[in-house]
Design a protein around this ligand. Structure first.
Ligand SMILES: Cc1cc2nc3c(=O)[nH]c(=O)nc-3n(C[C@H](O)[C@H](O)[C@H](O)COP(=O)(O)O)c2cc1C
Ligand SMILES: C=C(O[C@@H]1CC(C(=O)O)=C[C@@H](OP(=O)(O)O)[C@H]1O)C(=O)O
Length: 389
């Protein structure tokens, strides 16, 4: 499966074209819209989320509720586009020099993008670098999640912290397998949906009043994955590398840990590596602990995957940081139109979608991508192989 996304934050909408997706998968828009709605939730977002009601529209590749092997085109339309008609017009012949954005924001793509493309209007950069693009990646993730359900894979996430506030549901104690499976049994545990809500809301309000912003830590848990996805043989095929690349390819993600991650560097080997056992009754190998977070040697090992990401604070600050006018080169305080204070709960949903996409790709690699029936046949054959190993 290959895909490309297109679209600007305030343009007509966001689009994805997905190639080589298996035929025969039942999909309805509402299944995907559930994730799109979840992505819009969470305390601390700015005015934009009140304007949008994200929903997916299939423009190609789905017929009578099923994929049929043609490239799938998905769209999420921007309601806000009607307020940006002249600014975002693809065809208006006159440029409006007054509409140019000249003040790049520290921490955003603004300055690097202008230098790289030799453009003197930051809007040309910010429209595409905006995390609005994640709406369509969540739609794609929904499609992949639906496919993975047929293989018993489930992907959940929760917010471990926002700024200095820790969730009551802490990051998984990776030495304790019961806590991982208990966590994986829960449907999404969302920070700001717990009894801690009041404290967290007050904290976010204080930060917003100060014109400041917050990031946070998210944990993703993937259960039901077969061993042997990805590969040890070539660097580009390693599953941990692919998950890391995909997550770091998301706006504002600055760190990815798999299993105990950085903690592994502090412990001796005996407290890092998961011992191997064999369950005679179920005729399968298992690990006594899961510090590797379900991935060893670039391959899934059949244990739950545990992945954590660090999201940096939102770059647009209402109390702006110092910047420089790209025309006059004079100091200038960065531009603010409208912005989120924090978007960590939304990011949590996006990371699930990104993991779903990478893992679905790995399943298609191993079991084929022409049809769901063929994939399932190959999958059952592989299970048989494992049973007789
Ligand atoms: C869900 C989500 C919402 C975001 N909202 C904003 C925002 O309102 N204002 C802003 O300046 N950055 C926002 N960001 C972060 C920027 O998109 C991101 O920092 C920017 O594209 C620069 O890329 P980098 O942080 O990966 O270096 C958001 C990110 C995510 C994931
Ligand atoms: C639109 C979304 O997030 C946007 C991400 C974003 C950025 O710079 O990344 C800036 C803001 O856009 P606007 O300037 O239109 O308010 C966020 O609202 C979304 O998540 O759907």
């Amino acid at each position: 499966m290959r895909y490309i996304t297109a679209g600007e934050s305030h343009g007509r909408g966001l689009f994805a074209i997905v190639e080589n997706f298996p035929a025969g998968l039942s999909i309805d828009a509402e299944y995907i819209n559930t994730d799109l709605r979840r992505r819009q939730m969470g305390y601390g977002r700015g005015g934009r989320m009140k304007i949008e009601t994200d929903a997916v529209e299939f423009l190609s590749g789905v017929r009578w509720g099923k994929t049929f092997g043609s490239p799938i085109t998905m769209a999420v339309w921007n309601r806000d586009n009607k307020n940006w008609q002249s600014m975002m017009s693809p065809l208006a012949s006159e440029e409006n020099p007054e509409a140019r954005v000249r003040h790049p924001r520290p921490g955003h793509a603004d300055l690097g993008g202008c230098l790289k493309r030799n453009m003197h209007d930051v809007r040309n950069i910010l429209e595409r670098s905006s995390a609005r693009e994640t709406a369509i990646r969540v739609a794609l993730g929904g499609l992949c999640r639906r496919l993975l359900e047929h293989f018993g894979v489930s992907i959940q996430s929760h917010v471990c912290s926002i700024g200095a506030i820790e969730s009551q549901v802490k990051a998984t104690d990776i030495d304790d397998l019961t806590s991982i499976s208990a966590r994986a049994d829960q449907s999404i545990v969302r920070f700001l949906h717990t009894s801690q809500d009041d404290e967290a809301r007050e904290y976010i309000d204080t930060i917003r009043r100060q014109g400041n912003t917050l990031g946070g830590v998210i944990e993703i848990i993937v259960t039901g994955v077969v061993p042997g996805l990805g590969d040890y043989a070539s660097y580009g095929d390693k599953l941990d590398g692919r998950i890391g690349q995909a997550l770091l390819g998301m706006q504002a993600i600055k760190g990815v840990e798999i299993g105990i991650g950085f903690e592994a560097a502090r412990r001796p080997g005996s407290e890092v590596h998961d011992e191997i056992f064999f369950d005679q009754q179920q005729h399968r190998f298992y690990r006594g602990t899961n510090r590797a977070g379900g991935i060893e040697g670039g391959m899934s090992n059949g244990m739950p995957m545990v992945i954590r990401v660090a999201k940096k604070p939102i770059p647009t600050l209402y109390t702006p940081l110092k910047s420089v006018d790209i025309d006059t080169k004079e100091p200038y305080e960065a531009t603010i139109e409208r912005s989120d204070t924090t978007a960590v709960p939304a990011a949590s949903v996006i990371t699930e979608a990104i993991c779903a996409t990478v893992i679905a790709q790995a399943y298609m690699e191993k079991f084929g991508h022409d049809s769901l029936e063929e994939m399932l046949r190959n999958f059952h054959g592989y299970q048989e192989q494992l049973r007789h190993f």
